[in-house]
Design a protein around this ligand. Structure first.
Ligand SMILES: *[C@@H]1O[C@H](CO)[C@@H](O)[C@H](O)[C@H]1NC(C)=O
Ligand SMILES: *[C@@H]1O[C@H](CO)[C@@H](O)[C@H](O)[C@H]1NC(C)=O
Ligand SMILES: *[C@@H]1O[C@H](CO)[C@@H](O)[C@H](O)[C@H]1NC(C)=O
Length: 244
């Protein structure tokens, strides 16, 4: 019993002193704020990247070569497209949201590409977001770094296990759970079809420190992060239990 009390006291002590070492490094040393410039980052820096919404074909040059949306040859600005810029902290799991109450991805081609960099341009494959029939609202994006430079961006799919057997969801291409767009608020339905994009970091930062948030996300279940964002919980998760 006495040992247990001593152990508890030690734990309280450890918890009390633990935050200090972590606070020291938490400043943002990355001076690059444009998603179309190159940079190298370290843990706890901010990192700017962007997501472009457009049609699938508009991300390809000459119908065959997928280029970064920063590449002028794509002429995305002259097309029906939208861009959202984000600056998450390196190696922190973040949940990005794109509110669709006044932005309808289906009106901008329905696909999205995540991108960053210029000479070392990285871009994800185009991911289907929405058309007039289906909307996909939940994504996981992995940002892979090598010595602090972004190498790759990819959408991590975990199949349709979460929506199989639920008639309100449709499994698209064996990889995305989609809801009928007619159920979305923008179409007079009851579901807030805002996009939730869970971010994770993998690889190494410029000091060769391993970026680990990816391993944490891998063990989280879909939607689990939404619980951490109390203002989103109601609109993005409980609505599902309400209508299903
Ligand atoms: C575009 O593709 C066509 C056919 O694949 C090819 O002949 C042409 O040279 C390409 N143009 C450019 C600018 O790459
Ligand atoms: C989107 O914006 C609308 C209107 O401001 C708001 O009612 C709704 O809760 C927002 N949804 C999310 C997921 O933030
Ligand atoms: C909407 O997208 C789905 C999945 O990509 C596709 O199967 C369907 O044909 C599309 N519907 C329309 C009307 O474009």
């Amino acid at each position: 019993m006495a040992t247990l009390t001593a152990l508890k006291a030690l734990l309280v002590f450890l918890v009390a002193i633990a935050p200090a070492p972590f606070l020291v490094k938490s400043e943002d040393t990355n001076k690059v704020f444009s998603p179309c410039l190159d940079t190298t980052v370290q843990v706890s820096d901010g990192f700017t990247f962007a997501i472009a919404f457009s049609s699938r074909t508009s991300f390809f040059f000459n119908s065959s070569l997928q280029l970064s949306p920063c590449d002028r040859r794509l002429a995305l600005t002259g097309q029906n497209s939208q861009i959202s810029v984000f600056r998450p902290k390196v190696d922190e799991i973040s949940l990005l949201t794109i509110n669709t109450s006044s932005f309808y991805p289906e009106n901008y081609g329905g696909y999205m590409v995540a991108f960053a960099g210029r000479k070392y341009a990285a871009r994800s494959l185009p991911a289907f977001v929405a058309n007039n029939t289906y909307s996909v609202t939940s994504f996981t994006l992995v940002l892979e770094f090598k010595k602090g430079r972004l190498q790759n961006l990819y959408w991590k799919r975990d199949g349709c296990a979460k929506c199989s057997g639920n008639s309100n969801f449709v499994c698209l291409n064996n990889q995305d759970c989609a809801i009928r767009t007619s159920l979305c608020k923008s179409n007079g339905g009851s579901v807030d079809c805002s996009l939730g994009i869970q971010l994770a970091f993998s690889g190494t930062d410029k000091h060769f420190s391993a970026l680990n948030s990816w391993y944490e996300v891998e063990n989280l279940r879909q939607y689990s992060l939404y619980g951490l964002y109390s203002n989103l919980r109601n609109s993005l998760t409980s609505q599902y239990s309400k209508i299903f």
